[in-house]
Design a protein around this ligand. Sequence first.
Ligand code: SAH
Length: 236
Amino acid sequence: MVNTALLKADAEKLGILINDEQLQKFELLSELLVEQNKTMNLTAITDPDGIAVKHFADSISVLTAYDIPKGARVMDIGTGAGFPGIPLLIMRPDIDLVMVDSTAKKLKYVQSTVDSLGLIATTLHTRAEEAGQSKDYREKFDVVCSRAVAALNVLCEYCLPFVKVGGMFIAMKGAKAQEEIGDAKAAIKLLGGKIVAEKSFTLSDGGERTLVVIKKISQIPPRYPRPSAQIAKKPL
Ligand code: SAH
């Protein structure tokens, strides 16, 4: 149910080696995803090539943007069906991963899938902008990543609050990355961030990707993140 040869090949192009044990976990993950997708709306991508490239290879590409320290605290905001979180965890079971989503049903699937894979991670049911004001989570993470959740200016307000000073936020962006970066410059500065790298690549299906690596260089002002309604009404 996942084209493992294609996954391996795409990963190798990114400079990532997937071992047999990890490949088996990717196979099981694809089965669980396709099975659960029959009864709930998790993903539109269910073909073996699409799962290999658009879900798995794309997710693990995060590893090429930044060398995540061993045992790092990592957060995936708006994980949905577990992307990029679960593939990252398969590749790096040492990370202390928290996967966040505002939809409880999806997180239930994510937690049971992580358990079935014999891995350990935490799921957190909340809106990012709420947890971002909680002392339990604010500025507590070494790395925060996120895919397909919001435009970069809004995404920064969701994600940067969780990053420790000195830590990294990795935004996974598509073909419109440059435009989004242009629109997010002021937000990044205001929230204590600085773009330190932009890594662009093309997946084997032709999809263009850019990983925007934003370092947290100073503490975030207390008023951010603002309540959801304000973020929606007046995005930074
Ligand atoms: N990252 C996944 C899912 C993308 S869909 C992937 O790339 O496949 C976007 C997800 O973000 C949805 O599951 C939605 O519930 C969640 N989401 C959107 N806004 C959110 C917010 N403010 N806080 C937490 N989760 C959010």
